[in-house]
Write a protein that binds this ligand. Structure first.
Ligand code: ADE
Length: 223
């Protein structure tokens, strides 16, 4: 059972390269995820291929129109599809949403540009997601963030233990510090305990370090 992700964008070329390396590429090659880029400009009824227009009531910028986006989504959605709009006024994206979406069969990601979407487009979307409190030039980079975070959770894409141990899982602790060779680099030493071979002590040390780091950097996670 493979997942299908359709990305609706006016700039499909922006995605070239991003899914052609490393873990995402392997997941695609192994058929674990199938990603399609769809330019919703292809769905416009307008003789000049317009997809946006000026806002009612005035104001700066252009607004994405309903018709091309409704027609595009209606032509590809099935009862199993989940439609996600990427927008800075959406719900903040978190790891638990990545898990939730990783269980779906078909995800449609809608990327905006310009000043925003006609408000009525929200009615055809199941979720509105923001990747953080900053404004990007469009929803393309956020869509890449979702694809990456969802794909790595699909069965067999990475070693399951790797994501069980991730920061932002149910224990809500940041990762503990990790080291590799050499033992001393420019005078900075690897903590003695990690070389001790005592795995119980190492586990306890790592847990305490996670806790300390979380208290310092993200006390909001320790509700
Ligand atoms: N589009 C522009 N900025 C965005 C953000 N922060 N999250 C999701 N979509 C966006």
């Amino acid at each position: 059972m493979s997942m299908k992700i359709d990305i609706l964008t006016l700039f499909p070329e922006m995605f070239q390269g991003v899914f052609e390396e490393s873990i995402i590429k392997r997941a695609i090659d192994e058929g674990k995820v199938q990603i399609s880029l769809i330019n919703f400009r292809d769905y416009t009824d307008d003789p000049h291929h317009k997809v946006d227009d000026t806002p009612y009531g005035g104001g700066a910028g252009m607004v994405l129109m309903c018709q091309p986006i409704f027609d595009c989504i209606e032509s590809i959605r099935t009862p199993e599809s989940v439609v996600v709009m990427l927008t800075p006024d959406g719900v903040p994206y978190q790891q638990r949403m990545a898990y939730y979406l990783s269980e779906k069969k078909h995800i449609i990601l809608l990327c905006g540009r310009y000043e925003g979407f006609d408000e009525r487009i929200r009615s055809i979307c199941d979720y509105e997601i923001s990747i953080g409190d900053y404004v990007l030039t469009g929803g393309e980079v956020p869509a890449m963030v979702l694809v990456d975070s969802i794909t790595r959770l699909l069965p067999g894409v990475i070693n399951e233990r790797s994501h069980i141990e991730d920061s932002f899982n149910e224990n809500y602790l940041l990762d503990y510090p990790t080291y590799t060779k050499p033992r001393v680099f420019r005078g900075m030493e690897v903590p003695e305990i990690l070389i001790s071979g005592d795995h119980q002590k190492i586990d306890e040390y790592r847990y305490q370090e996670s806790l300390k780091r979380t208290k310092e950097r993200r006390p909001d996670l320790l509700k």
